[in-house]
Design a binder for this molecule. Structure first.
Ligand code: SF4
Length: 83
């Protein structure tokens, strides 16, 4: 079975293990915690156009924006008025 250590630091993982862990987290986030798909896509669109986006991460908070935007209760790290 192909599993990723849940207690490893980034430096202990290969790049593929690391990204697999992030996408597994996205896939497995409970429905009640997830933003609606349309809202999620809208948020990501705004992140894509933002100067703070760096390699998939928000430069203000350090989150992966695909994770941050997925959570219903979250908002943009700069301002709730952005998303
Ligand atoms: S969360 Fe906000 S500040 Fe961060 S990259 Fe997305 S739009 Fe930009």
């Amino acid at each position: 079975m192909d599993t990723v250590c849940r207690r490893c630091l980034l430096k202990d993982m290969t790049d593929s293990e690391y990204y697999k862990g992030v996408y597994d987290y996205i896939q497995n986030l409970p429905r009640e915690e997830r933003a609606e798909q349309e809202i999620y896509e809208e948020r990501l669109s705004k992140c894509r156009g933002c100067d703070s986006l760096i390699n998939g991460m928000c430069g203000l908070c350090g989150c992966f924006v695909e994770v941050r935007a997925l959570k219903r209760r979250n908002h943009c790290a700069r301002s709730e008025e952005i998303w």
